[in-house]
Design a binder for this molecule. Sequence first.
Ligand code: GRF
Length: 198
Amino acid sequence: MKIGVLASHRGSNLQTVMDGCLSGVIEAKLVVAISNNSSSLALQRAKGAGIATYHLSSQTHPDECKLDQAICGALSQHQVDLVLTLGYMKKLGRETLSQFKNRIINIHPSLLPKYGGHGMYGGRVHQAVLDAGEKETGVSIHLLDNEYDTGPVIAQSKLDVQTGDTPETLAGRVLELEHSLLVDTLAKIAQRKILLPN
Ligand code: GRF
């Protein structure tokens, strides 16, 4: 299984996938990383590991359709079987979504359908969880569609919100859970213990 990743910033999830593939826990190869952010740590991590990287954004492709084609082209050129959006802050275009239908997976730091949607990212998610007095939160991995955080959920993992939690403490624990759920889910997809729809 060949994996392509899109990421915008830190890339800790991308790192986890690279490590999981290298150690053999995930029977797959990360073959390409794409970012809209040329100075992202995500791209640096991938480059450092010798993985093909592309900066593709409205700067490199001011025309939205051309950008979509470039992203789809890079993924296709590297014969990607599974696309992961890991902290990717942009929507994917029509061509990429249709070419990789049911083969694009997103990770989100809440128990979807709660606390997803446009503008729900990073600390905002955890602040909203705390504001609502939730007793638990967690991580969702879902198939990507053309909306934010709405595609079918394929894996979820929960953790307890503790007294005194802040958005930062919660973010730390949720991120650890993201990493473990991501590795576990990808390992199962590679072993066909989780079957993605056709
Ligand atoms: C993660 O919390 C992910 O769920 C969200 O953005 C964050 C990305 O973190 N979509 P990183 O760039 O993988 O470190």
